[in-house]
Design a protein around this ligand. Sequence first.
Ligand code: SF4
Ligand code: SF4
Length: 148
Amino acid sequence: MTLRERFSMVFGGALSMFKGMAVTGHWLSHPKGIVTEQYPENRKTLAMHPNFRGEVVMPHDAAGEHKCTGCSLCEKACPNGSISVLNTRNLAGKKVLGKYLYRLDSCTLCALCVEACPFDAIRMGQNFELARYDRSGFELTLNQKEGR
Ligand code: SF4
Ligand code: SF4
C-alpha cells in the first residue's frame, strides 16, 4: 500500500466518524424530532397510530351501556368464527345481547366484523400487548353486563 493510499484510508475513516458524530449531535440537540419509541419505558404514554388494529373491543359509555343490538352481522362477517353473539330476552320479551364472546387467539385482526357492524358497536382497539400466559385469557366477553 502506498503512502497516498494509507493517508486516504485514515482520512476517509476519520471523515466517516465525524459524519456519524454529527448525526448523533444533531439528534441530541433536537430530541423532539426523534421517532424511535423508547419502549417499554414509555408504555404509559405510547400512542399507536389511529389505523392500528389491536384486538376487537366494544366501547361502553359511562353508564355501562353499549350500542350492540345482537344482530349477529359481525359474527357472520368473521371468516374464522372468532365471534359468537349469544342473545337473550329482556323482561319486556325483547331480544337483546346476552353475551358477546370473542376469541382473540383465532382472530386475525382483519376488522371485517367492525366494517360489518351497522351500529358502530365494536372497533379495533389500540392495545398491542396481546400475549397471554394462559390460553383461557384469549376467550373474552366484550359486553360488561349480560342482557344489555
Ligand atoms: S377482526 Fe377479523 S378475524 Fe377478528 S373477530 Fe373480527 S372479523 Fe373475525
Ligand atoms: S357488534 Fe354490531 S354487528 Fe355485531 S351483533 Fe352487535 S350490533 Fe350487530
